[in-house]
Design a binder for this molecule. Structure first.
Ligand code: TMP
Ligand code: ASP
Length: 235
């Protein structure tokens, strides 16, 4: 792929989106890694291709189980072709165990299994640090229609069942994760990525992180842990 020749539509902290045709885009996974809303940043060679590989694997699995995704086909080590969608400005977060900002917000310890999975929303706005937003505010601000919001929640929980069950067999706990969705022709698609950057994965026996917490909390070599995750899920 000759990135220089293509029109860059958007550059985020970890990905670039290039225009491929009128209704298709190329999602390019960068090696850049950031945490704490970009306060901490580095470039770690090989990270992009691992996240692309994991995303493709999970998107294919979810598509086969009835979740529409924007992915069309694999392109190369760092990129895949996707349907152009209008990204809904919400981060949809699902939590199965306490961790991260949830522990900070409520002053509770990490690693408690929740009575039932929680779906939370954050407003996608880097300047505001992606603040948490509740359903009522989402609807009152007309960010999305109620039927769409219901669909996001339905998909988020269905994805939770599929991924948790799959990972459980690999002796990995799906602690929490973040999803993004887009709309094209009034249809909702799972978009963005599902990778060790956007999920918390813990080894079931040792509770060791196989995800971006390794970087956030300086707990070792990110590539080692991401590679260990890839090895464990056999891709
Ligand atoms: P949190 O505990 O920091 O709110 O994160 C919850 C989950 O969402 C965790 O798996 C990491 C993921 N996440 C992202 O993918 N992007 C983000 O910008 C943030 C804050 C979290
Ligand atoms: N992705 C966010 C950032 O850059 C936050 C995080 O994942 O911790 O900074």
């Amino acid at each position: 792929m000759k990135n220089g020749e293509m029109k860059l539509l958007y550059e985020g902290k970890a990905k670039k989106i290039y225009e491929s045709s009128l209704d298709e885009v190329i999602i390019y996974f960068k090696d850049d890694v950031t945490a704490f809303n970009g306060e901490k940043k580095d470039s770690i060679i090989g990270k992009g291709k691992i996240n692309k590989k994991v995303t493709i694997f999970f998107f294919k699995m979810l598509e086969e189980k009835g979740i529409p995704t924007h992915m069309i086909s694999d392109i190369d080590e760092n990129s895949f072709l996707a349907k152009k969608v209008e990204i809904i400005p919400l981060e949809v977060i699902v939590r199965n165990y306490t961790a991260g900002s949830f522990c900070k917000r409520y002053g509770i310890e990490k690693g408690i299994k929740l009575e039932k999975p929680i779906v939370e929303y954050s407003l996608k706005n880097d300047d505001l640090g992606d603040p948490m937003i509740c359903r009522n505010v989402v609807l009152s601000l007309r960010l999305v229609k109620e039927n769409v919001l219901n669909k996001l929640e339905y998909y988020a929980l269905k994805i939770n069942n599929i991924l948790s069950n799959f990972l459980e067999e690999k002796n990995i706990i799906l602690v929490d994760y973040k999803l993004e969705f887009g709309i094209s022709n009034n249809k909702v698609y799972l978009a963005d990525e599902i990778s060790p950057d956007t999920c918390r994965f813990w080894d079931k026996d040792t509770m060791e992180s196989l995800d971006k917490d390794v970087y956030r909390e300086d707990k070792g070599d990110l590539i080692d842990k991401y590679s260990e995750f890839v090895r464990r899920i056999n891709i």
